[in-house]
Design a protein around this ligand. Structure first.
Ligand SMILES: *Cc1c(COP(=O)(O)O)cnc(C)c1O
Length: 334
């Protein structure tokens, strides 16, 4: 089972006018520094502040007509997308999250009318809670990534990037559960087989990379990160995103917390954009030399549902404490 270009084109028709056509803007700073045009896909301009609305709208559009409502687990943005899409259809939504999800994200979801369940300290516990509710309350569960309609919805970003800038040579895709990377790679490689698609994860909690290296889905410890939207495992029962990422991604690289800190500063001070830590892992991979640019490059600024206190500390060069780790402050340009 996989997701094809036809599925992604169908998803594009389903979400048209609701979650598509985000801007794709050049970063003159990145081009001047690294020698190739770098384009930023502004998914942070979505109505819910993140790309996850694409997959959520497509999944909700395919619910059985008698569905009583939906449930999901989420690191924050999928829940927001599901809550928004369910409300638009007049359906009940329940969102299960771990205690690691930042309060700003939880409140954003509550404001969309969803019921909130906080369960444990990992995405896996939240997932178990969502499965229990699905059974007991006759709700349809929508996975944040391992769902064909969700993957096809996220893949529409790949269609748009190649339509907007056909000469793209490389795509740098933030990677967690892999719905985004699987969908974008499926779209991009079907249209332009020679394009390079690289997944970028956080070193703290790189579940997909560990799974690809092991040859099967494995669990990793979940920890606090500046890129909180990239937290969580890929599910030991993963059906779709693991094989798709294995078959479609050219490589997967990792960046560290300090690299994300610096990339957030660059994006703010040079491109004047405010984004979540998860957005800048692609830029961080270039800044740290883990990816060498070989032609016009696109990356996705996936969301802006961030904790403004932490963000303000980062862009003003102060220390940031995350659980038991301190990221040492450094003023921009120092
Ligand atoms: C969900 C999310 C990602 C990662 O997407 P996956 O499909 O889980 O790999 C990246 N950035 C943001 C802001 C997200 O919400």
């Amino acid at each position: 089972m996989t997701v094809t270009l036809a599925d992604i084109l169908a998803a594009a028709r389903t979400i048209r006018g609701q979650a598509d056509a985000t801007p794709f803007v050049p970063s003159p700073f990145m081009e001047s520094r690294y020698g190739q045009p770098v384009w930023l896909k502004l998914e942070l301009a979505q109505p819910i502040g993140a790309f996850k609305l694409r997959g959520a709208l497509n999944a909700v559009a395919h619910l059985p007509p008698d569905a009583a409502g939906v449930t999901c687990c989420s690191t924050g943005n999928h829940g927001r997308g599901v809550a928004y899409a369910a409300r638009a259809r007049g359906l009940r939504a329940v969102v299960c999250m771990s205690e690691l999800v930042p309060r700003a994200k939880v409140e954003g979801i509550r404001a969309l009318g969803a019921d909130i369940h906080i369960a444990g300290r990992s995405q896996d516990t939240a997932h178990a809670e969502s499965q229990r509710l699905a059974r007991e309350q006759n709700l349809v569960e929508i996975s944040p990534f391992d769902d064909a309609h969700v993957i096809a919805g996220q893949g529409t970003i790949g269609l748009e990037m190649l339509a907007q800038v056909p000469e793209l040579d490389t795509l740098l895709v933030p990677l967690s559960g892999g719905g985004l990377a699987a969908g974008i790679a499926a779209a991009a490689k079907a249209i332009k087989p020679e394009i390079r698609v690289i997944g970028v994860s956080m070193a703290r909690g790189a579940a997909m990379q560990a799974s690809l290296e092991a040859g099967h889905p494995v669990e990793v410890e979940e920890v606090e990160s500046l890129a909180d939207s990239l937290g969580g495992g890929i599910g030991l029962d993963n059906r779709l995103t693991f094989p798709m990422c294995r078959d479609l991604l050219d490589s997967v690289v990792q960046v560290e917390e300090a690299d994300v800190y610096r990339a957030l500063q660059t994006l703010y001070h040079e491109d004047r954009l405010i984004a979540e830590g998860a957005c800048v892992v692609g830029l961080a991979a270039v800044q740290t030399g883990r990816v060498q640019l070989t032609g016009p490059t696109g990356t996705i600024l996936t969301g802006r549902n961030l904790d403004m206190d932490i963000f303000t500390r980062v862009v003003t060069g102060q220390d940031v404490t995350l659980g038991d780790t301190v990221i040492e402050g450094r003023p921009y340009g120092a």
